[in-house]
Design a protein around this ligand. Sequence first.
Ligand code: 5BU
Length: 268
Amino acid sequence: MQPSEVWGERWNANPNPLARRWMETVVDKQSMVVLAADRYTMAGLTELLEDVSPHVAALKTHVDLVEDWTAESWAEFCEKAKDADMLIFEDRKHGDIGKIARDQMGGVYDSRSWADLMTAHLISGPSVLDGMAEGWSNVGRHGGVLLLAQMSSAGNLLEIPGYTDAVVDAGKEHPACFGFIGNGSRANELAELRKKVGEVKMIWTPGVNLVTGDAELGQRYGDPTEAVLAGSDGIIVGSGIHRSDNPTEAAKSYADVSWNALLQRSGL
Ligand code: 5BU
């Protein structure tokens, strides 16, 4: 299948190389799964990646969770992910003023050099987007920011009226904005977000699991099929895969569910 068949105008009219890369990988792998690789050792991460990579289209990291992190082992891990055709997405949730966010992409972890995508809150204003664009550009790269327009956790303050709309208005027009984080646990809120975002920017959704309902420490889970039908372009799945007894099979199940939902959404 070709990306244009599955994504239609969203493929044909999209000028953003990262968005096109994502849409293409989804079709190649028949998977919209963004793996939240929340393991705490390099061995655990590497094993997980090897188990699931055919069924996963992007790798989401929290680099500061890793207890035995070294620059060398991380570089090797990222290389494996790239070889398996995955975009690398550091869920850093930047939120400082532009120049500090830019410089926080350097430092020990030097995320500007290996992350293709990164999350940010827009709480400090649009300078965070400019700063992050500069961060990548300082090492000769282009990356994309996923702005938090919604969150999956109960009681999050992004739900205060007006906040999501303000994030979408600022991000929609900004070239560094790859897309938005939407709440996968509430399909109706996600559908509203899709209407506001339009067709160009991506929406990726955490808070999805085949077992729905309230979970650990305020996390909430919705059904991945419903999330895709409501407008999700990437389902972020963590424990549903990495805590499963069989991560390979779990990853395949999420891939199948997301791909079938995408085909249904596209009328195929
Ligand atoms: P889980 O194990 O599928 O619940 O993991 C979800 C991941 O998505 C985890 O890495 C969180 O940091 C991340 N996440 C989230 O759960 N909810 C949000 O609103 C955002 C990120 Br933003």
